[in-house]
Design a protein around this ligand. Structure first.
Ligand SMILES: C[S@@+](CC[C@H](N)C(=O)[O-])C[C@H]1O[C@@H](n2cnc3c(N)ncnc32)[C@H](O)[C@@H]1O
Length: 280
């Protein structure tokens, strides 16, 4: 019998036409604008899908994605393209503002609804939940909800699992870690799992921010941090307008500290870097 050698797959070249077709599709479906500098990243990330599926060219891959009526191949493509870097209590100022301004502002109505839009692998909504649990004494009497959404099913699965490596949690005080995380045993000793009480205030959902929002909730705060950096100006403007429509009067939009709404048309009041308020 003839012996088969190992299957060697070389990622094919990504031609101009293929790259342009893929980036037009990504932009249309997710708002993510891929610049020329992203060509290598696109080739290497999508190349893994080609290898896994045994697809010989990006042209063939593109054809398969657009003719897949289930939409699964498109979800897989967007999963591979989106950049999901995040960490717990990223951009601490927002959590201080939540504690010192937003929670007191919501105290009389005992209701707080927060949306983590582009929540990635869960670090942001868990940081929000821990801030609420730490700073609302009678939280059981409050109507509390955190909606956490992302376009990527891969990161959402990780978010729902809520398991993080110890080194990812090194910035969290030990007492907080003990209170809100369970340490793994045996093989899992270097991992921590978010406790059920933290998870219980969060609802995770897949949502593409370019599509109509499928809910009527009015939020006290919307976190959309380090997501709009990938969008062009018209997409951002439209999204900020739709976010504004979902904020209660006096509610806040938090964006990433490296982002700005300067030069954009919007109806929000600038409060401080990366914090905007819907005026009453
Ligand atoms: C860099 S992460 C930011 C995570 C977190 N907000 C933070 O600041 O650490 C950006 C996230 O935005 C998500 N994203 C990109 N385009 C999106 C879209 N059109 N709809 C929803 N989420 C999107 C990506 O999947 C990714 O998880």
């Amino acid at each position: 019998m003839q012996k088969r050698g190992p299957f060697i797959f070389t990622i094919p070249p990504l031609t101009d036409d293929e790259f342009n077709a893929i980036r037009r599709l990504v932009y249309k479906k997710s708002g993510i604008y891929l610049t020329e500098e992203k060509r290598d990243l696109v080739r290497s990330r999508l190349g893994k899908i080609l290898r896994r599926r045994g697809i010989p060219s990006f042209r063939e891959y593109y054809r398969m994605v657009i003719s897949d009526d289930s939409g699964k191949m498109l979800v897989e493509l967007l999963d591979a393209i989106s950049t999901n870097f995040t960490y717990l209590f990223r951009e601490k100022d927002h959590f201080e503002f939540l504690k010192n301004v937003v929670i007191p502002q919501c105290a009389s109505k005992k209701r707080i609804k927060i949306w983590s839009a582009g929540c990635s692998s869960g670090e942001e909504p868990y940081s929000i939940a821990i801030t609420l649990l730490e700073n609302i004494r009678d939280i059981k009497n409050w109507d509390v909800k955190i909606l956490a959404t992302d376009i990527s099913t891969r990161v959402l699965e990780k978010a729902i699992r809520g398991i993080y490596k110890a080194e990812q949690l090194s910035a969290i005080p030990r007492a907080t870690l003990r209170k809100y995380f369970l340490r793994g045993k045996g093989h899992w000793v270097n991992y921590y799992k978010v406790k059920p009480e933290v998870k219980s205030v969060i609802e995770f959902k897949r949502l593409n921010l370019l599509e109509p929002f499928p809910f009527k909730t009015m939020f006290d705060v919307i976190f959309c941090r380090n997501v709009m950096i990938y969008f062009d100006r018209p997409t951002k403007e439209d999204l900020v307008r739709r976010f504004t429509d979902c904020l209660v009067p006096g509610g806040y939009l938090f964006i990433g500290h490296s982002e700005s709404l300067m030069g954009m048309k919007h109806n929000l009041k600038y409060i401080k870097p990366a914090i905007y308020q819907k005026v009453e």
